[in-house]
Design a protein around this ligand. Structure first.
Ligand code: GLU
Length: 377
């Protein structure tokens, strides 16, 4: 975390906007001061800022009869104010800012995503601080998952936007600033013994708890979407810290590696085992996968199942590393496999090994090549 060179900082509405809808000027100014000091220390910062809708609502007042159009209006008005304040504050530190508004589709269509990535990288290279937000002014259709995914033009929340930006732009750290100090093991509002988790080692398990109802406290303050976002960033090798945004000096503390907030650490970034699989080991065979398996590995970080393997080549043993090929024969990554080639062939032909495994290779033992389109649908 302390060595992270490219940092995405996500600021939630409740960090920037007061309860009465006004902009929390002093927090914004302090935050921008911290960002400026990081940039002056040769670190690259992308800000993902919420707050447009809240600010616009306060400025315009209630707009009756517009339905979902009200949000678009609020966003359009609020965004102008918001980005204006960022520009002013950054200018005090001699920095230029750039407004970049995106939609979920900008990450789904490869040409748009490549353009976005190039723009952000160039801005960072020339020392400009990009300030991103969802382009809520063009939002249409249902939100919050009620619409089918292809129809969803906007992000349900900026946590996901920030995570996708962090993943696609190869950021080393995603700092999600919110109105709670950390991820807790229990509901801190109900249980005084609730402990903040400095390390969230198994974020997937927390999400499972949410589904079975035992982790309902996590949904408060949108913690669920933060953990889901963290999983996206983590899978791309980006460290994630979730912390209280109004704590003075929080950005600098986190960037210096101080143990504040909750850390969700990326596997790819720190595991010697994965580095070994990826670079050191000599592959002893190949598994050719079908398109569905490639998609499941890339998009969902899934484990490899025998049903996805179309060809097994080589005489590898259990404990060897094998190359994974896509249906077109291109290498997509490597796996450290527990079974020998004959056992794998047998399983692919419908005869599973005797010692009940539930997958060919667990996700932790698969290292995918990073391609610019890792999460392309
Ligand atoms: N894009 C929204 C805004 O600027 C915020 C979405 C969110 O809070 O995650 O107000």
């Amino acid at each position: 975390v302390a060595r992270a060179r490219r940092i995405v900082i996500k600021l939630g509405t409740r960090v920037l906007v007061n309860d009465d809808g006004s902009l929390a000027e002093e927090h914004l100014a302090a935050m921008v001061g911290s960002v400026a000091r990081l940039v002056q220390a040769s670190r690259q910062v992308i800000i993902v800022s919420s707050g447009a809708v809240g600010l616009g609502r306060a400025l315009l007042g209630e707009t009756h009869g517009l339905g979902s159009g009200a949000r678009r209006l609020h966003a359009a008005v609020g965004q102008a104010q918001l980005v204006g304040r960022y520009s002013q504050e950054l200018a005090r530190h001699g920095l230029l800012s750039a407004q970049v508004l995106v939609t979920e589709q900008d990450f789904e269509v490869r040409s748009r995503y490549l353009a976005l990535k190039e723009t952000l990288q160039t801005l960072l290279r020339v020392g400009v601080v990009p300030v991103l937000n969802d382009n809520d002014a063009v939002s249409h259709g249902a939100r919050n998952g009620a619409g089918s995914a292809p129809e969803r033009a906007v992000f349900d929340d900026n946590d996901r936007l920030a995570a996708l930006v962090a993943a696609k732009c190869e950021a080393n750290l995603l700092l999600i600033l919110t109105d709670v100090a950390a991820v807790y093991d229990q509901d801190p509002k109900k249980d005084l013994t609730a402990q903040p988790l400095l390390r969230v080692d198994e974020p997937e398990r927390l999400l499972d708890q949410l589904s079975d109802g035992t982790g309902s406290h996590l949904s408060r303050g949108g913690m669920r979407s933060k953990i889901e976002a963290a999983l996206v960033a983590k899978a791309a090798g980006c460290q994630v810290v979730i912390a209280w945004g109004r704590q003075p000096g929080i950005v600098e503390q986190v960037a210096a590696g101080a143990e504040v907030g909750s850390w969700i650490l990326a596997e790819g970034a720190q595991s010697a085992r994965r580095r070994w699989i990826a670079y050191a080991a000599v592959p002893k065979g190949t598994l050719m996968l079908d398109a569905g398996a490639v998609r499941a590995l890339r998009r969902d970080g899934a484990s490899l199942l025998p049903v996805g393997v179309t060809r097994v080549q080589g005489q590898f043993k259990g404990g060897d590393v094998v190359e994974l090929l896509g249906p077109d024969g291109m290498a997509i990554g490597r796996a450290w496999i527990d079974l020998g080639a004959d056992e794998v062939r047998a399983w692919c032909d419908g005869v599973p090994p005797e010692h009940g495994l539930n997958c060919l290779v667990r996700r932790d033992y698969i290292v995918l090549r990073s391609t610019t389109c890792r999460e392309e649908p």
